[in-house]
Design a protein around this ligand. Structure first.
Ligand SMILES: CC(C)=CCC/C(C)=C(\C)COP(=O)(O)OP(=O)(O)O
Ligand SMILES: [Mg+2]
Length: 399
């Protein structure tokens, strides 16, 4: 198999009308159904051997960007960014996930006061998750990822940033919140106080509930993978907070190291749980797989830095992102720094795709291939959501 064909397979089919190729059937669970321990959601049938996967349709290998001048229109991609377009996510699924997640947020975990409703809607989490997981066999599989996406943003907003967050005391708050995912085992005397704390604030209620659904649907090793990825995330939040407290301006490589942890990684690594299958722990732990996951996650996170650049400039205080750090540490203009950050992103994307293609060749196991394709699909869905979320993001005037 030549590398172009391999990359097309990893990317999976894209283009209008191909979304059904991703759904390996399976009945929808009725809303609110009880999920028994460990095997709560139906497993998706195994995919055929890699050679039999459908050929990608319609879209070209690389996006030929039109030469252009002037600020892109709202919803247009960043000029020069290397990305893969995707078909519009399935509208029915988007609406149903949106309905179920709102009911969960408002009724089950009392996540936010009524005045935050517009921001919740503007986030469009249903569209985000349907775009990133087109192979989810049922809506309930999609909900596993959607609850976490909402909970993770609640922790970021309420503990770290926009909605009352602060670097001061963040370590204590994050550690206690982490026990919603990785439970405290303690004596009879102290257990009730810990149990009460799981409901003490919106971020903890959200994490705890999302994890409860997840552990009942995923395997023990998938849950443990997730705990590990969340510990990484929390360590990244803490480094960013420590630098803010001491007014430390990181070098570019130091910023990239922090952002490898303060990172979307816990989202793409759920792709098998949401797809209703499991990448076994020993395959997930392979160094080559870890490299693929880290590169993909880093590219998705720099996409956030680029699309959220103007939002973060407008926010009070200094907000680190890659263009800001490049401008400061390399003495570049804002525009030059932004364009260099686009190049850094593109290099990460190419490194991810080449590492994934090599791994698919050295380990042509159908589950490895499916997982790699799931990660690649998450990367593309993440770009689509950032690019088209004009409620949340707008581009600078650098072209
Ligand atoms: C969903 C998830 C795991 C988020 C954790 C890390 C995170 C919040 C991001 C990667 C997004 O970065 P940022 O805080 O800059 O988000 P916005 O730019 O405010 O959208
Ligand atoms: Mg951002």
């Amino acid at each position: 198999m030549n590398s172009t064909a391999l990359e097309r397979i990893l990317r999976g089919p894209s283009g209008i009308g191909t979304s059904s190729l991703y759904r390996p059937g399976g009945p929808e669970l009725p809303e609110g159904s009880e999920l028994p321990e460990g095997s709560a959601l139906p497993k998706a049938p195994a995919l055929p051997e890699p050679a039999a996967l459908p050929e990608p349709a319609v879209l070209p290998e690389e996006v030929a960007l039109p030469e252009r001048e002037g600020r892109p229109e709202p919803g247009e991609p960043i000029p020069g960014l290397y990305y893969h377009p995707i078909p519009e996510p399935d509208a029915e699924r988007v609406a149903e996930v949106g309905r179920r997640i709102k009911a969960w947020a408002m009724e089950e975990v009392e996540l936010y006061p009524p005045e935050w409703e517009e921001q919740f809607d503007g986030f469009s989490v249903g569209k985000y998750m349907v775009a990133c997981h087109p192979d989810a066999p049922t809506i309930e599989h999609l909900m596993l990822a959607t609850r976490f996406m909402v909970a993770e943003n609640a922790v970021d907003d309420c503990y770290c940033e926009d909605h009352g967050g602060s670097p001061v005391g963040l370590g204590g708050r994050l550690l206690l919140a982490h026990t919603t995912l990785d439970p405290l085992y303690t004596t009879e005397e102290y257990r009730p106080q810990w149990e009460e704390s799981l409901q003490a604030d919106a971020p903890r209620r959200a994490y705890h509930s999302a994890m409860d659904y997840f552990t009942r649907a995923a395997t023990p090793s998938q849950s443990d993978r997730f705990r590990h990825d969340m510990a990484r995330l929390h360590m990244g939040y803490l480094a960013e907070a420590a630098w803010a407290e001491t007014n430390h301006s990181p070098e570019v490589w130091e910023y990239l190291a922090m952002r490898q942890f303060n990172n979307f990684r816990p989202c793409p690594t759920l792709t098998d749980s949401v797809g209703g299958y499991e990448l076994p722990a020993e395959l997930h732990a392979m160094r080559a797989m870890q490299r693929v996951i880290a590169l993909a996650s880093n590219a998705t996170t720099i996409v956030n830095d680029l699309y959220s650049y103007t939002k973060e400039l407008a926010a009070p205080g200094k907000h680190l992102n890659l263009p800001v750090v490049i401008a400061e540490r390399e003495g570049r203009s804002d525009r030059e720094a932004y364009l260099k950050a686009v190049e850094v992103h593109n290099e990460l994307m190419h490194a991810f795709e080449s590492a994934a293609a090599t791994l698919a060749l050295t380990h042509p196991d159908p589950t490895v291939i499916r997982f790699l394709r799931g990660v690649a699909t998450w990367v593309d869905g993440n770009h689509h959501w950032h690019c088209t979320n004009t409620y949340r993001y707008s581009l600078p005037d650098f072209w």
